[in-house]
Design a protein around this ligand. Sequence first.
Ligand code: FES
Ligand SMILES: [Fe+2]
Length: 352
Amino acid sequence: MSEFAMEPLVRNAWYIGAWSHELDEGPIARRIMGQDLVLFRSGDGSAAALEDRCCHRGVKLSLGKPVETGIQCGYHGMVFDGSGACVENPGEKLSPAHRVRAYAVAERQNFVWIWTGDPELADESRIIDFPYHDRTDEYNFHFGRYDIAANYMFMMDNLMDLTHLGYVHGTTIGGNPQEHDEAVMTTTRTEHGAHFNRAMPNSTPPPAFKKAAGFKGQIDRWMDFEYVAPATVLQWAGIHDAGTGGLDDPAKPGGLLLRVFHHATPADDSNFHYFFSTAVRGEPYDGKGNTGFHEDVLEAFEEDRLFIEAQQEAVGADPGRKLILREHDKAVAYSRQAIHRMQAAEMPAAAE
Ligand code: FES
Ligand SMILES: [Fe+2]
């Protein structure tokens, strides 16, 4: 196990393979946990994930097309269902030997979760519950995905230490750097990760918040972040005009209430797929606040990408070297402890 640099991947976990709506546009070729997969939706509506390699001549199945019973290889027309079995072998008999590797998939709340670890341990009760995606009368989410060339934990570190906001995101979601450094933090360990609550009374509204909710003066900013190992951060934030009680009751009417979901699915140990969704409470999908906020978030996450990929380049050149912790890194440290516990749980299996 490394310490505060690149983390080895945790195999036995659910990761997001795709957003549900991505599968509606056809098969997706995606590298996940070091394996090239094809994710698709059969004509019967079910989502599936298979190795992206036909058992006949090894062609990528992602070049094929979804059919009623599965995915049809584009080369000679063999069809594989979601279990990986060949269910059509044009002009020939079916054989149990004709199959490809399949992975467990669970689709809900616009997520297509995938399990690439030990199939015996694929417990759906461990999948993160995020009901807000379904509450479209209250929240109307925008969805995004970036491919980022870095170890996935660098994204988790980024989200669990927000003192970068004033420096990296000054023109978008940031604000005043000193006010971020002085935020009042409550940080705790949780069973599967870490949680912090962050209060910034009477602080400067960042440009994105002014645009989304029209703040004229100072704001009370309340933020709540939870890391759930290995790869999810759940965020919500309530922002109100300063001195109007928003820190005691962040969800009170008015102001700006944000829900943001973050997930980093490892492609391999130095690349990940960053899945995120954003919503402004009460705003329709293409309302000014909701759409404008998402556009600012897209820009902000490009700002993060710049730093995270530069970090990967430097750290990857000498991965054995330790990094230091600052006092602000309590939530980062707790998060790393959680991921180390998951790695430790996999070690006996790996040694067998
Ligand atoms: S390579 Fe797929 S059917 Fe021949
Ligand atoms: Fe950031």
